[in-house]
Ligand binder design. Structure first.
Ligand code: ZN
Length: 515
């Protein structure tokens, strides 16, 4: 099997050919460059989620569009979100026995071609290096769209005996998939992610690993990003190319579209056979290993942004927030005692492990409030001259609306650390509860065919039906409504019929339109 790639490798022509394949390039570039300059207003979230989302990502300085089509720049505040995702996930990977390693960015074409289904699935998205300096390469190099191939090749070299198994490795890396659209975190050509790759002696052990990591993702999504998800099995058509079974967690966005937030694949022996990962077992038989792979990307940040944000901007769950609280001292006519008090209090909080900052820029407090609102910092701490005298501060929680009686509370400075800790915990729980309520209210158990099609078409949310599991049925639903299965789980009523087509049901499935 050959992969499609630009046939003309002269530098300029090759470049143009690759870009021409990707459609209207210039209009994209012009539009994105204009967007990156200035966002004056954040449009209402309910009216146009897409416009809201782009405006918030730019105005909160999470990301900028770049002159490279399809690629965004992660700005320091956005990178701070990514670092918190990394910190939490990495700890969970290590707790479950994994180690980090790093593999090459480039994959020789001949290696990529070995797993036929995998190659076919990724072919349209692979970018190629065909030239190095002045030299035409005899073998093109793929830029990794994912790393099963290069890692499988290395595992084959490392594994000899059952004593070498399991191998439990994770890689934090960038990957590249040829994309036409650009939306920060949700759809970009180059993106950041982690990919875990494991090899095991037994099928059962590989399946347990796949499910364990799915649960690590669910736990992260719900307890850290405060995004409730449905975990389950992907349908055959949504399965990772080359996998025996793919599992996913799926979140529901405010516009009624689902967002796949992480996947975990049981690869069976498919990759072991293609890349020759063999071992001598205790019974002196040579056997192929069983492998898994699993990944979460910065898409999860997109899910978090859309789930929690409001018309004022981001609302970041405290565990993910680069800054948990920002001090805004209120300076009146040369009286800057509030600045000194804020600095002292911030230093004490930092010592106690909080991520805080004092905003002492020469700007009006109102201007600062609005800016930290856009950036979604969970708590603002106001200290004015009168607070200095009474030894107190005002805590303002970002998750509550302006004017909500519980938005503000006055706290003695000597109790600041414990009161702030309790407040952050409450905000974390409250954001999750709101999102969970939304998911519950937009999940519909449907038994009637017409109602199913109407709801799927109307993008009502997660539509839970008894389903036959047949690709033809999924195809038909997709053609009529735009919705696909998000994931499935075991059927709980024997004898049930598929709500979409009337054939015998084999699973329960969530259907939704998706990102
Ligand atoms: Zn069906």
């Amino acid at each position: 099997m050959r992969l499609t790639r630009p046939a003309v490798p002269l530098p300029l022509q090759g470049h143009v050919a690759a870009r021409a394949e990707a459609g209207p390039v210039m209009s994209d570039a012009i539009e994105t460059l204009t967007l990156s300059k200035d966002v004056k207003e954040i449009p209402p979230k309910a009216a146009d989620l897409s416009a809201w989302y782009t405006a918030v990502c730019l105005k909160a300085e999470l990301a900028s569009y770049s002159p490279v089509r399809g690629c965004v720049v992660l700005r320091p505040y956005g990178y701070g979100l990514w670092e918190n995702l990394q910190k939490h996930l990495d700890a969970a990977f290590k707790e479950t026995g994994h180690e980090n390693a790093y593999f090459p960015l480039l994959i020789p074409e001949s290696l990529l071609l070995k797993e036929a289904e995998h190659v076919e699935g990724f072919a349209p998205e692979v970018a190629w290096v065909t030239r190095g300096g002045q030299e035409e390469l005899t073998e093109p190099l793929a830029i990794r769209p994912t790393s099963e191939v290069i890692i499988g090749v290395m595992y084959a070299q490392w594994v000899e005996s059952y004593r070498d198994l399991p191998i439990l490795i994770n890689q934090w890396a960038n990957v590249l998939r040829w994309e036409k659209a650009t939306r920060p975190f949700l759809r970009t050509m180059e993106f950041l992610w982690q990919e875990g790759h494991t090899a095991h002696a037994h099928a059962q052990e590989a399946r347990e690993e796949t499910l364990r990591m799915l649960d690590v993702y669910r736990e992260f999504a719900e307890n850290v990003a405060a995004v409730p998800v449905y975990a389950g099995i992907k349908s055959a058509s949504e399965r990772f190319p080359g996998a025996v079974e793919t599992f996913s967690i799926e979140a529901l966005m405010p516009d009624g579209k689902a967002l796949q937030s992480a996947t975990s694949h049981d690869l069976g022996q498919n990759f072991a056979k293609a890349y020759d990962i063999k071992f001598l077992d205790a019974d002196q038989q040579i056997k192929y290993a069983y492998t898994t792979s699993w990944g979460m990307s910065w898409r999860m940040l997109g899910a978090m942004i859309m789930t929690h944000g409001d018309d004022r901007g981001l609302r970041i769950p405290p565990k993910m927030a680069p800054l948990e609280a920002v001090f805004v001292p209120i300076v009146r006519s040369g009286d800057d005692r509030a600045v000194a008090a804020s600095r002292d209090a911030a230093a004490a909080l930092r010592k106690a492990g909080f991520r805080v900052k004092v905003d002492d820029r020469d700007q009006q407090p109102g201007w600062k409030y609005a800016e930290w609102d856009v950036r979604g910092v969970p708590v603002r701490i106001e200290i004015g001259p009168r607070d200095v005298e009474s030894g107190s501060a005002v805590l303002v929680r970002r998750d509550r609306a302006k004017g909500d009686p519980e938005q503000k509370q006055t706290v003695p400075l000597d109790q600041l650390a414990q009161r702030l800790r309790a407040l952050l915990e409450d905000i974390q729980a409250s954001l999750y509860a709101q999102a969970k309520q939304f998911l519950d209210e937009h999940t519909f158990v449907v038994r009637d065919r017409d109602e199913f099609f109407a709801k799927a078409k109307a993008r009502a949310g997660m539509i839970d039906i008894a389903w036959c599991g047949r690709p033809e049925c999924e195809e038909l639903v997709k053609a009529e409504t735009g919705a696909t299965t998000r994931n499935t789980r075991p059927l709980d009523e024997p004898g049930a019929r598929c709500v979409a087509c009337g054939e015998p049901a084999t699973v329960r499935a969530y259907f939704a339109q998706s990102y």
